[in-house]
Ligand binder design. Sequence first.
Ligand code: ATR
Length: 277
Amino acid sequence: MIDGGTLLAGVAGWPVSHSRSPGLHNYWLARHGINGAYVPLPVQPGKFEEAVRGLQAAGFRGLNVTIPHKETAFRLATRLDPVAKRSGSVNTLVFREDGVIDGYSTDGPGLLASLKQETGYQPSGHAFILGAGGAARSVAAALLEQGVTLTVSNRTRARAEELAQALDPAIRVADWTGWEALLGDADLLINTTSLGMSGGPDPAFCPDLSAARPDLIVSDIVYVPLETPLLREAARCGLKAAGGLGMLLHQARLGFREWFGADPEVDAATFSHVLGK
Ligand code: ATR
């Protein structure tokens, strides 16, 4: 029951109706017996600052932030975690009682946590990132924070070069055409593009990983379908791999912990719940 003691949080975006976050957080709230509620907040472009001020004044504990507000969230945060600072984007805001707004970027760290859980990956050595959009920035920032060196390959090379300039000029930029041959000594390959996604620009995207090192770990942030063509190719080559659903669940943990005071689990029951099974 919602009453005066209910802890409130939500996800602000435009559009926001497709977000899986309300289902996930309300499932965890019920599982932990916490008096809390997590709601979708359709906030139009240009209205985000007004919404944040209002929600903060109304006693919300904080927000998840999605497209198109991640850069504004970065600007409004009065304190930033290292990954947010590096990536220039924030997907989690925590409103503190003294008026401080903490901003976090949890996509990259969430991906690393899910890789650790699903493949045993320990950040080290070199990683090869496909894509140079917002997701690539958070993933790259999280890996750089862990001391991993990076190569980025993107269809539009200039965007990869921009990413390198902004995050770390030591990042190597590789050609998009024939990138498989440039995997070289990478310990980790991450697809941060929408290639391979059902309904995306190229659902059949399936690079040939035959020449990869046998201990390469493969990661795809796409989770529709659960087994993407890239993951199937990794399995065919006997490589360890993890899909994007784990990242979605792990990136949500920090916010839940800060707003509602409990550490939620990412286990088989949580996966089944999010998949609607
Ligand atoms: P996000 O914030 O989710 O990362 P984005 O900023 O739109 O989304 O980035 C999408 C990524 O997918 C980009 O790296 C994009 O490449 P471009 O920078 O060249 O646009 C990549 N992408 C999308 N469609 C693609 C396609 N058909 N072929 C290759 N890359 C594609």
